[in-house]
Design a protein around this ligand. Structure first.
Ligand code: GL7
Length: 808
């Protein structure tokens, strides 16, 4: 765009914007509030995006393009305004115009709520995959739930987590379109009877409780292209609002209860990131979006296909994101048989060909198993179909491997009074994949080994990726500009082009520019920290950051104990040679996960002690930032020097913050777990610091024993010291971390924190030494960015496209 063209676009934008402000607020620009300025900008952007949206939909319908639908109980999309503006290539026009109008673009963006419709990596991955699909012009859409309340807002009060409801819709949401005409009825409870209609056995669902599913569509705009895909989120409503006859009979409470029971289904996101708690409401949620989403997909398909479902399995990909949408298998069977009149065999062929499944965790506590009684009562027809799927599957197994009762039992979808959702997902899908190579190997060799032996061809591996638009270009614009001026803009469309940075790997001029940007980003985070928690951190210190859900397996505890140990060393020797360090933590704990909450309390107690001790002021700071969410993440990654990825090996399926940090030039300090292994392969051993037990070693100890945390405790005085400090009042009057102490010693340290302590301390020393050599560190940092192409979600989507969905 030349400058006169840009000037024209700016004038046009300003005129439209001033009109829009008057339209949405009834005030002129000068008198408008920042909220109204935001709403006007959002509407203006939405007008542009929706025009392209309609065009994309028409094209898809006309060419009957193969469509992918992600079914996921979480979509953690983050704020969208800036992302739309950048994707429609209006970044400069909007930024400059708003400045010329005397408005504060940053403050306007702050008005947007950050929809917390996910817990962590799993939900954010879906958002990155939607972003990449649209950027690549690929027809892929999302199906999920429009929770009225997203993940709770976390506040830290007196050093402890306090949860506050997240009312993200309180000012309305400008990027969704409610489509009541596309509503669907979802049926719960009741009974099934069969009838012979014209010689066909037909199943009829009676006395059910109907709930209305109303879709809200959010456009997913591709980067600098014409594609706009859809994220469809379903909201639960009572069929006709109040039950009027009941209301008129004076049974007011009953009528209201029915309304709120219906709405309860999409009221709130379950705040567990890696646990399964088997609540009835959760099962209702799972069926809710599966049923509504599939019904709409089938009817849309028929509309474009002469009212027939022929070819559905070849043209439609239903991708199951973990097991929460596992009922896609039986529900699609139900629709195809009971509503479309297909035979079992025809429906089965179609279902198997449409469905694919990604597993996201091997933690046994997260694997979903529903009690038979619960499923049978709530979803009688679905349960019948699951039973029949299982009966036929076991029959086939028996035919291939006669008299192998043990195998049949272990692979059975229904056993021990429960329906096993991972088994259901594997049996009904043509593809099963893990999210990093180690994770996929564990699935094949351990978690799903029995299924792997029966269906080896179904098993795949697709390493996760993250959106370089959101996590590099939008969140680190200074780095983006430096990259553009150094290696051109091709990398924006193909992240592997970042390899061209190797030309600058020894260039002092580039180093200087690069370090200035890192410093500026650190200053920005330091200001945020001062503003929000009143602690001042030195922007030239090492920003050593661990941000993710709080969980024992992610081992924030190992990090915290090391900080305590470092503090002890500094107290012994105030002249200890070390680069000043700021340890920064953020993350939420599931509200019922008390141990994780104790870890938050411990970090805050250590922070309080360290930050108030003048003797270590210049060398050490500890920060816990409240309410980690996508918006805060976008400020944190660009400022990091060290990315803490220290899970117990074999437990973190992939991790994705490791990739976001790396793209912004942080050095990974990590165990050989999840995608850390692939990061290590990509950058080479000199550009990463790894430590600790391998997953084989962990698994060996778990199977055969041989690890006694008490032995480590007895041999290592450093560990004795920090362990005593947990319970002797050092960390504050009345503060006692007995639960943590007991887990590490009495319960034999199930996540190998003490076992890896020594290796971690050594690794931390290496970080210190490397950082003190600025040239070495900068080189490592640039090498990480140069090798991050492989961790773009564009690459992941290309892998799915080629290997799993088979889209040309
Ligand atoms: C997770 C894994 O724990 C995480 O390692 C992975 O990167 C992510 C996306 O594949 O999925 N599984 C899971 O249940 N949650 C995750 O973040 C909540």
């Amino acid at each position: 765009m030349n400058s006169s063209e840009k000037q024209k676009r700016k004038e046009a934008f300003k005129a439209d914007y001033i009109n829009k402000i008057e339209e949405v607020s009834g005030n002129c620009l000068k008198e408008s509030s920042v909220l109204k300025q935001y709403q006007a900008l959002a509407e203006l952007v939405m007008d542009k995006v929706t025009t392209q949206w309609a065009r994309t939909n028409t094209l898809y319908n006309k060419h009957q393009t193969k469509q992918v639908y992600f079914f996921s109980i979480e979509f953690l999309i983050g704020r969208l305004l800036k992302s739309y503006i950048n994707n429609i290539d209006m970044e400069d026009v909007v930024t400059e115009s708003l400045a010329e109008l005397g408005l504060d673009y940053a403050a306007i963006q702050e008005q947007e709520s950050d929809p917390g419709l996910g817990n962590g990596g799993l939900g954010r991955l879906m958002a990155c995959y939607l972003d990449s699909s649209a950027a690549m012009g690929m027809p892929a859409h999302g199906n999920g739930i429009r929770y009225k309340y997203g993940l709770f807002e976390q506040r830290i009060i007196n050093g402890e987590q306090v949860e506050v409801a997240d009312n993200w819709l309180k000012n309305g949401y400008p990027f969704e379109i409610r489509k009541p005409d596309k509503s669907v009825i979802v049926k719960y409870y009741g009974s099934i009877h069969s009838e012979n209609i014209n010689g066909n056995l037909t199943f009829i669902h009676e006395d059910y409780e109907p709930i209305m599913a109303v879709p809200y569509d959010i456009p997913i705009k591709g980067y600098h292209n014409e594609t706009v895909n859809s994220l469809r989120l379903w909201s639960a409503e009572p069929i006709d609002g109040f039950d009027l006859p009941t209301f008129n009979q004076g049974q007011f409470l009953y009528a209201v209860r029915q309304k709120s029971e219906a709405e309860a289904i999409s009221q709130i996101l379950y705040p567990n990131d890696s646990g399964f708690d088997g609540k009835l409401l959760r099962l209702k949620q799972e069926y809710f979006f599966v049923c509504a989403g599939l019904k709409r997909i089938v009817s849309h398909y028929k509309r474009n296909n002469s009212n027939s479902v022929d070819g559905f399995g070849e043209k439609i990909c239903i991708h199951i994101n973990d097991t929460h949408p596992a009922m896609c298998g039986p529900e699609l069977m139900r629709i195809l048989m009971d509503e479309e009149g297909l035979s079992w065999n025809d429906a089965w062929k179609m279902t198997l060909s449409a469905l694919s499944f990604t597993n996201h965790t091997v933690l046994p506590e997260a694997l979903e198993k529903w009690p038979i009684d619960m499923m049978n009562k709530l979803l009688p027809r679905i349960y019948m179909i699951v039973e029949e799927i299982n009966r036929r599957f076991i029959e086939e197994l028996d035919a291939c491997y006669p008299n192998n009762m043990e195998r049949n039992h272990s692979l059975s979808i229904i056993k021990d009074g429960q329906v096993h959702m991972a088994s259901l997902s594997i049996v009904t899908s043509h593809s099963v994949n893990g999210v990093a190579s180690l994770h996929s190997k564990i699935l094949r060799e351990e978690t799903f080994n029995g299924f792997y032996q029966v269906f080896p061809e179904r098993f795949h591996s697709v390493t996760n990726g993250v959106s370089p638009r959101r996590f590099l270009m939008h969140s680190n614009p200074k780095l983006k500009n430096l990259l553009n001026e150094s290696i051109g803009t091709e990398w924006e469309k193909n992240l592997f082009q970042l390899k061209k940075l190797s030309n600058y790997i020894n260039d002092p001029v580039f180093y200087e520019k690069f370090n200035a940007i890192k410093l500026a980003n650190k200053v920005y985070l330091a200001d945020y920290i001062t503003k929000h928690i009143g602690i001042s951190v030195d922007p030239t210190s090492i920003f050593d950051i661990q941000v993710k859900r709080i969980h024992e397996y992610k081992r924030q505890l190992l990090n915290a104990l090391h900080v305590l140990y470092l503090y002890n060393r500094l107290k012994e020797n105030p002249n200890l040679e070390m680069a000043p360090r700021s340890f920064i933590f953020a993350g939420k704990a599931a509200p019922g996960y008390y141990f994780a909450k104790d870890i938050i309390k411990l970090i805050n107690a250590i922070a309080y002690m360290v930050n108030n001790d003048k003797a270590v002021q210049d060398k050490l700071k500890v920060v816990f930032l409240a309410n980690f969410n996508v918006s805060l993440a976008e400020i944190i990654y660009p400022s990091a020097n060290v990315s803490e990825q220290i899970s117990t090996a074999g437990k973190e399926a992939s991790g994705t913050s490791n990739m976001k940090f790396m793209m912004n030039g942080a050095i990974t300090l990590g165990t050989m777990d999840g995608a850390n292994i692939e990061i290590s392969e990509a950058v080479g051993p000199t550009n990463i610091v790894t430590f600790g037990l391998t997953s084989d070693e962990v698994s060996h100890y778990q199977k055969y024993g041989g690890y006694h945390s008490v032995d480590i405790f007895e041999q290592d005085p450093r560990i004795q010291e920090v362990m005593h400090q947990l319970v002797d009042g050092t960390l504050g009057f009345g503060l006692n971390f007995q639960s943590i102490y007991d887990s590490l010693l009495l319960y034999n340290d199930p996540y190998f924190v003490l076992k890896d302590f020594n290796a971690y301390t050594d690794a931390q020393n290496r970080i210190d030494q490397l950082f003190r050599n600025n040239k070495t560190w900068t080189k490592m940092s640039i090498s990480n960015i140069a090798q991050s192409g492989m961790f773009s979600s564009d690459r992941s989507i290309a892998d799915y496209q080629r290997e799993i969905w088979k889209i040309k």
